[in-house]
Design a protein around this ligand. Structure first.
Ligand code: ZN
Length: 390
């Protein structure tokens, strides 16, 4: 079956105006004005008028098996299901472990990833967790990235956080070197995802790596960079030095009260200060625990990262912060796809995977989601579900 989306306004993420898009066997096979098909081919035609057609969102940080547990075993967060991603327009996820790499394991992560992929999402993973030395599957970061198809990098390795292993810059340089060579030899990103906590050392370890080793800063990809104004300042330095940074889209009122900057506002702040629009991304931190600790380090509350957060922050970036549609959309599509080196993702282009969203032009409400050529959500109804989705 072919699908033809007629007369939608394409944000690819660049603004391509009103065009038709033809989809077959999970891929975008043609883009043009007034595409005409003749003959006896079975074709489903969708009217895209009054809607934006965008790439499906690419999430670089998702705790697909659940995360956390900082308040004891009863606070381990639940695993995500297929529709959790779809309601937020997310069609590509990056599965990671977090604080807990004892009761959560890499085999479990890979099995969950394979399950979500079978259900219709696109899923890559990182080896490792918060911990250093890095816990791997085959004995080394380089081997994991080279030999296990789904691993594209390592992380999220924690720095500046009381829950991390307090690594030295030399240990981070070694991890970066292993990931870099593993990535080079396998044609993958080999990125080191860095969880940055709220300690005052911020990104100093990464700047030490850049100053004292041969590993470029672009090998590291720090997240939670909207955690505080001071960390955001470090992030702007990091971009100037050649790296990309990530903002966490899922917030709680407690976390915002503690000084975190809303994702959309952080994007506006960075752009206003001349940051390269291609080096800024949002991620959901989906299914993470979002713990709130008081000054004494005692857990006060705990919530779960929501996977619709990235789409909401894109909407706020446009509607509340006045950021250009294409620039805001890049942060959730083309930019994260480039960081992960996923060449068929994050862009509406002939030959790319048919991961697509239709958004109402006025409200930016999500109307339809297509993942790998299949409609998953149509006007609020889940027309495709995972096996345990209700
Ligand atoms: Zn994190």
């Amino acid at each position: 079956m072919l699908t033809l989306i007629r007369s939608a306004h394409l944000l690819a993420p660049e603004d391509l105006g009103v065009q038709d898009v033809l989809i077959a066997a999970g891929s975008i096979i043609a883009i043009g004005t007034d595409l005409n098909l003749s003959g006896s081919i079975d074709i489903s035609v969708i009217d895209g008028r009054g809607q934006y057609l965008t790439p499906g969102l690419v999430d670089t940080l998702t705790h697909i098996t659940g995360g956390g547990g900082e308040g004891g075993f009863h606070t381990r967060t639940p695993a995500m299901e297929f529709t959790d991603a779809i309601v937020g327009g997310v069609t590509t996820v990056t599965g990671v472990l977090g604080t807990d790499a004892i009761s959560r394991t890499l085999p479990d992560l890979l099995a969950k990833a394979a399950g979500l992929e079978a259900e219709g999402l696109s899923v890559v993973c990182h080896t490792g967790s918060y911990q250093v030395p890095v816990r791997t599957l085959t004995g080394s970061v380089q081997q994991d990235i080279m030999l296990i198809e789904r691993f594209v990098g390592v992380g999220e390795v924690a720095i500046a956080d009381h829950r991390g292993s307090q690594p030295s810059w030399q240990e981070l340089a070694r991890i970066g070197a292993e990931a870099r060579v593993g990535g080079l030899l396998s044609g993958k990103a080999g990125i080191v995802s860095i969880h940055v906590g709220d300690s005052s050392e911020r990104l100093s370890l990464l700047f030490d790596v850049a100053n004292q080793s041969n590993i470029p800063l672009s090998q590291y990809y720090p997240t939670h960079m909207n955690r505080s104004p001071e960390l955001l300042q470090d992030g702007l330095r990091f971009i100037k030095a050649g790296g990309s940074i990530d903002f966490t889209a899922s917030h709680t009122p407690e976390i915002l009260d503690a000084g975190e900057i809303k994702c959309a506002q952080a994007l506006k702040y960075a752009l206003d200060r001349g940051a390269d629009e291609n080096r800024l991304t949002f991620s959901t931190d989906g299914h993470a625990s979002l713990p709130h600790f008081n000054k004494e380090g005692i857990l006060q509350s705990l919530k779960v990262g929501a996977m619709d957060a990235m789409l909401n922050e894109f909407r706020d970036a446009v509607q509340e912060e006045g950021i250009d549609y294409s620039i805001a959309l890049k942060a959730v599509t083309a930019n994260p796809a480039r960081v992960l080196k996923l060449n068929r993702k994050g862009r509406i282009s002939q030959g790319n995977d048919a991961d697509l969203l239709l958004l109402d032009k006025d409200s930016l409400a999500l109307r339809r989601v297509m993942a790998k050529g299949d409609w998953c959500l149509i006007d609020g109804e889940h027309v495709k579900k995972g096996i345990f989705d209700r």
